[in-house]
Design a protein around this ligand. Structure first.
Ligand SMILES: [Zn+2]
Ligand SMILES: [Zn+2]
Length: 279
C-alpha cells in the first residue's frame, strides 16, 4: 500500500487544524496552497450557490488545490447544514471529506452526520431577543452573521465575535428592514464554529482509518464501506423494510466488493417499521 508523503488541502477556514493531525499519523503532511479562495466555489450564506452534490463541491476544491500545488493528491471537505428531514425543528449537519488522486482518479470519501450541530438562526426585534439568541448559540466562541430581514438579504457582517460589533450590525440591519428587525445566524465556517471544527476532526479521523485499511486484493488504500443495502426482513411478514440489511464493503480503486450482513442490531425488523404490517 502506498500513501503519498504530501497532500494538498483545498480548504479555507483553518480546517487544517482539524484535518492535519490524523493524517500526520499516516506520515502525510498537508500542504495548504496560498491564496486558494474556496469561497469562489461555495459559501454557506449562498452568495455563491453550490452547483451539484456535496461530493462535486468537495472534488472541485480538491482539484483546485491539486492544480495550485502540483501534488497528485488533494483533500477537501464540504458541509451542509439545515433542518432535519424528519424533524424540521431540529438542525442537522452533513459533512463530506474527499481524498482524490488526480493521476489515477482514485477517490476515498467519508461522510458524517452531526445530529447536534451548532446551527441556528432567529429574527430579533430587541436587544433582549439578541442576547437570548447569542447565549443559546454559544456566542462569542461561535461567531454570528447579521443580515437584514428581507428574503435573501446579503449579510451585513459575518464572523462577529464582539458584542459591540453585533449591536452595531443589528442597528444597521434594523434601519434597512421595514419591520425594524435583524436576522441573526450562526457562522458555519469551521474556524468560527468550534462544534463544526470538532466534527471535521472526527471525520478526518475516519478518513485516516479508512486510508490505513488496504484492499485485500490490490493493496490500494481506502478499503471500506461503499454503501448499504436496505430490505431487512420484517419479523411478522418477512417482507422487505427500509431498514439496513447489509453493508457493501469494497475497494475504492478497482471496485471489488464484499457483502456483509449488518453487524449491529437484530437480523429482523420491528413490524412497526414494515410498510405492509404498519402502512
Ligand atoms: Zn483493490
Ligand atoms: Zn411486515
Amino acid at each position: 500500500m502506498t500513501l503519498p508523503d504530501r497532500a494538498a488541502l483545498g480548504t479555507m477556514h483553518g480546517k487544517s487544524a482539524a484535518i492535519a493531525p490524523p493524517l500526520a499519523r499516516l506520515g502525510i503532511t498537508l500542504v495548504v496552497p496560498e491564496g486558494l479562495n474556496t469561497d469562489q466555489l461555495c459559501t454557506f450564506t449562498a452568495e455563491t450557490p453550490r452547483m451539484g452534490t456535496m461530493e462535486d463541491a468537495a472534488r472541485a476544491k480538491a482539484r483546485a488545490a491539486i492544480a495550485a500545488t502540483r501534488l497528485s493528491v488533494g483533500i477537501a471537505s464540504e458541509g451542509a447544514y439545515g433542518p432535519h428531514p424528519f424533524f424540521p425543528f431540529l438542525p442537522i449537519g452533513r459533512e463530506v471529506l474527499l481524498w482524490r488522486n488526480e493521476e489515477t482518479g482514485h477517490e476515498v470519501i467519508e461522510r458524517l452526520i452531526d445530529e447536534a450541530p451548532c446551527y441556528d438562526h432567529a429574527t430579533i426585534y430587541s436587544a433582549d431577543e439578541a442576547t437570548a439568541f447569542l447565549l443559546s448559540m454559544g456566542f462569542p466562541r461561535t461567531a454570528v452573521i447579521v443580515a437584514s430581514t428581507g428574503a435573501g438579504a446579503t449579510p451585513l457582517a459575518k464572523g462577529l465575535q464582539d458584542r459591540d460589533a453585533v449591536d452595531d450590525a443589528i442597528a444597521r440591519a434594523a434601519q434597512l428592514s421595514a419591520q425594524g428587525g435583524a436576522f441573526l445566524q450562526t457562522d458555519m465556517r469551521a474556524h468560527l464554529n468550534p462544534r463544526r471544527m470538532e466534527t471535521v476532526g472526527r471525520l478526518a479521523e475516519r478518513l485516516a482509518a479508512r486510508l490505513a485499511t488496504a484492499c485485500p486484493s490490490c493493496a490500494a488504500p481506502g478499503w471500506g464501506l461503499l454503501r448499504v443495502e436496505t430490505g431487512l426482513p420484517c419479523a411478522w411478514c418477512d417482507g422487505p423494510t427500509l431498514l439496513v440489511k447489509a453493508e457493501i464493503h469494497g475497494c475504492t480503486l478497482y471496485g471489488q466488493q464484499v457483502v456483509q450482513p449488518r453487524v449491529y442490531g437484530p437480523n429482523v425488523a420491528d413490524p412497526g417499521q414494515c410498510p405492509t404490517c404498519n402502512p
